[in-house]
Design a binder for this molecule. Sequence first.
Ligand code: NAG
Ligand code: NAG
Ligand code: NAG
Ligand code: NAG
Ligand code: NAG
Ligand code: NAG
Length: 415
Amino acid sequence: MRSILSLCLAFSLALLVNRADSNSAYQRFQESLQLEISRKEPDKADNYTSRFIRYAAFGDSWSSGVNYGPADQELEYDYPNGTETCRCRRVNEAWPVQLRDDINNMTNHSMAPEWTHGRQIDLDFVACHASYFDAIPEQLAQLNDTHPPDFATLMIGGNPGGFPDLLFNCIFWPERSKDYGPEYPDPEGECYKAVQRCNENVRAQWFIEGVLRSIALILTEPRIARNPSFKLYVLGYASLFNEEDKACDQWSFGVWPGKKPLLKKALRKEINNVIHAGRELYDRLLNGPLFGDQVQYIDIDHLFDGRRFCEPTLNGTLQQQNEKSWLYNLEWPGCIPIMESDDPSLHELGLDEKRWPYFCRKCGGLLEYGEFVRPFHPKPPAHLAIKDLFLQKLAETISLDPPDKLRPKGLQDEF
Ligand SMILES: *[C@@H]1O[C@H](CO)[C@@H](O)[C@H](O)[C@H]1NC(C)=O
Ligand SMILES: *[C@@H]1O[C@H](CO)[C@@H](O)[C@H](O)[C@H]1NC(C)=O
Ligand SMILES: *[C@@H]1O[C@H](CO)[C@@H](O)[C@H](O)[C@H]1NC(C)=O
Ligand SMILES: *[C@@H]1O[C@H](CO)[C@@H](O)[C@H](O)[C@H]1NC(C)=O
Ligand SMILES: *[C@@H]1O[C@H](CO)[C@@H](O)[C@H](O)[C@H]1NC(C)=O
Ligand SMILES: *[C@@H]1O[C@H](CO)[C@@H](O)[C@H](O)[C@H]1NC(C)=O
């Protein structure tokens, strides 16, 4: 506790200093991260800012979504760019895109949210699947080089916290040749060790620093730092399991025969607890005095009540459980790989190639199929709920000048 506080203090001091003093420790820190961004001068005749609000969505796959199935213009945000589509896997069902479309498609402007002052949302969708804290400089570098964001969202910490570690070692046991040892809570098992690692991660100094540094990097991006009304909203993650349902004690999401770790209550609770520890940390760090009202943490956990895994269903079948859940579960790809069909591991899985109706967007080896990457990520109705909650928080907290009070952004540094 003491170390967290002193770290917070160091960060808040650095931030305060940075606002007033261009030679601050904070600036040197930022330079040490080699964040180099060259920007174009905005076109001064352009009345862009009176027509658009720029929104940047930073973060990982809970923001970007995960593409799946065949290459698809409807689904894939970066279609048809196969490099970018596979690098970041962004989808149009993700909540930042839903937010933009929700506001922009309101043809009756008197029904649009008041805070937009009739402007449309222009989105910098830079969130990228598989992002760790160190991805933020790269995402900042991808921002539109003419128009800086007026507000931004960030979802980060799931990967460094150890989401994938838990999914592999406690839920799916995907590597057929690996010996995962006894199931949780046996301390000899890989799952127990993974849970321990994650519990340590979300309480570690490096993790706290990673969260704070991600935020500080965004706030100190040169153009963002000049905008006193810029706001950053950090959204958290939801816990993944209903902890009460007894029937689920008998279920497993294990992939291979003979490798079926059970979803016992104690395990579900323990995995949820890792997420709860993260939620508490974010709330304490970000909704306290450290960043003032420029940064806000928004908790999304309650949105998933009744929609996690292991919710009771009518017949208690896995299918009904998967249908009820707002999180994707593992599904076999229903499509033919574009590049190769001779992967021996495919035959081992006993997939019937004749039934595959489409060619897949293939982003690498077998384990890179979207259907294998997206489990435990939000489905479209979850993205919709996140979008609605965020829009509500936005309306309560954001304050943007109406267009007639705006100056072109590029002139602000002259005052
Ligand atoms: C600014 O944008 C509005 C709305 O598109 C347009 O009607 C107006 O002519 C523009 N003004 C200038 C100076 O370009
Ligand atoms: C596709 O995206 C990559 C970034 O991942 C970019 O470097 C490349 O220029 C894009 N290709 C096209 C054709 O736009
Ligand atoms: C909403 O707008 C987006 C582009 O901003 C468009 O792609 C989408 O089709 C629109 N949806 C509806 C229902 O009009
Ligand atoms: C737009 O919405 C407002 C508020 O609901 C309503 O009073 C008005 O009649 C609508 N205008 C049109 C043209 O639909
Ligand atoms: C930046 O945004 C503007 C307005 O949406 C757009 O016209 C321009 O092409 C964007 N620049 C880049 C490099 O994408
Ligand atoms: C599910 O349970 C209900 C009520 O017990 C029963 O009527 C129904 O046939 C069952 N459905 C399936 C698919 O087993």
